[in-house]
Write a protein that binds this ligand. Structure first.
Ligand code: HGY
Ligand code: MN
Ligand code: MN
Length: 400
């Protein structure tokens, strides 16, 4: 068993939490390319160097801690949602760092570490690993914009002299990512570890409806072309139509809404909103896309609204590698006998992109109350350490 140091691991987790600490619970605000994100990456680069790894930023800020020669890659992301939890992504990066240190102390196997950039999709969907894996051309990524209209290209310029050459995926023999479950199932079952079977696919589309801005008091209801009312009608119709397609694992969300001019006495003339859906089957994702596009067109026509679709962003479902998954399962049996399960991931992860180049697998630890993407996100310390030991056990097995 690799000699991981749980105190050093927990102490590094606490230090990382300090970068962008929101001052609410243990929450963090560390969006991609923010000052807090870059300061955290500089600190991580230092910890990687102290661990005997060679720190290397690529052109979009993905930070690798490279071991000599062929190595297994272990990590996740250290950017956060606008209101993020302290463990989402950070846990996998710090666990990777600790396993790399322990593996060196044990004389092997070689372990490299990574913190991908913009997994949380300030600009797209798992943008940093999508560029690194070749799923998203850099020139196309540079044109992506965040909710405030800043482009990815302009934001990543903040990397300055950190940005370096591409890190070749061929140097890695596989990828392991430890992550919080971000859902209710492990806690509800009183279990400590989830060995992920597959990661859902996602589609994310920005939709704009254009109506007629007007006075909220003098414009009769039958003469209005109200963009928000159009969005509401769209959402209600989509809910009805998805019901016939969805399984209990199918989800869809309108999470971002920009109303113009967003004033209580003005009939809104324009609304731009995110329409995101996820499922484990490509065919269902595509059928849902048809419902989205057809319903938007019908509502726009019926209400005399203009309709614009933004670029569709998406990733297909990805199955985890059997050999890596078996190593995690064997280690889970050792560390948490009877308290682990195989389970799908409803959240998206960098592993989906990394799988384009190498075998990947993931393990989960419970989220208290099933909460994530919220300042309240947390996991019991005993579960964090159990997860670390399972990750180390799996790396030890793979190195045999
Ligand atoms: O949205 C996701 O699934 C990921 O946490 N960014
Ligand atoms: Mn994450
Ligand atoms: Mn997340």
């Amino acid at each position: 068993m690799l000699p991981v140091d749980a105190d050093r691991f927990l102490s590094d987790l606490e230090t990382l939490r300090g970068f962008g600490a929101a001052g609410v619970g243990k929450g963090v605000q560390r969006p991609a390319y923010s000052e807090a994100d870059l300061a955290a990456r500089d600190w991580l680069a230092g910890r990687m160097a102290e661990a005997g790894l060679t720190p290397a930023f690529d052109a979009v800020g993905n930070l690798f801690g490279l071991a000599e020669g062929p190595s297994i890659l272990v990590g996740s992301h250290s950017d956060s949602q606008p209101e993020g939890g302290w463990l989402d992504g950070a846990l996998g990066v710090i666990a990777g760092l600790e396993v790399a240190r322990a593996a060196q102390q044990a004389g092997g196997p070689a372990v490299s570490v990574v913190s991908f950039e913009d997994e949380e999709g300030r600009f797209g969907v798992t943008t940093g690993s999508a560029v690194w894996s070749g799923a998203l051309p850099l020139a196309e990524a540079d044109g992506l914009t965040d909710a405030g209209g800043m482009t990815f290209g302009a934001a990543r310029a903040a990397l300055g002299g950190r940005a370096g050459p591409e890190v070749d995926p061929a140097r890695f023999t596989g990828f392991l990512e430890m992550h919080i479950e971000q859902g209710p199932w492990l806690e509800a079952a009183g279990e400590q570890v989830g060995v992920v079977s597959g990661i859902v696919g996602i589609r994310d589309l920005r939709i704009t409806l254009e109506g007629q801005q007007n006075h909220a008091g003098t414009t009769p209801m039958h003469l209005r072309r109200d963009a928000v009312q159009g969005m509401v009608a769209f959402a209600s119709a989509v809910n009805d139509r998805f019901a016939g397609l969805a399984t209990e694992a199918t989800v869809w969300t309108i999470g971002h809404v920009a109303v113009h001019p967003n004033a209580s006495s003005i009939v809104p003339g324009r609304v731009t909103f995110s329409m995101q859906w996820r499922d484990g089957e490509v065919a269902r994702l595509e059928a849902m896309e048809k419902v989205v596009r057809d319903t938007a067109a019908e509502v726009a026509a019926a209400r005399g609204l203009g309709l614009r679709f933004g670029e569709m962003r998406g990733i297909d479902p990805v199955a985890m590698d059997a050999r890596l998954r078996d190593a995690l399962a064997g280690a889970a049996d050792d560390i948490a006998p009877g308290r682990w399960r195989h389970m799908p991931s409803g959240a998206l992860h960098d592993a989906s992109n990394v799988a384009r180049h190498m075998p990947v697998a993931m393990l989960f630890v419970p989220s208290i109350g099933g909460i994530s993407h919220d300042f309240a996100e947390d996991t019991a310390e005993a579960d964090l350490v159990a997860g670390l030991r399972v990750l180390a056990g799996a790396v030890g097995r793979l190195g045999q």
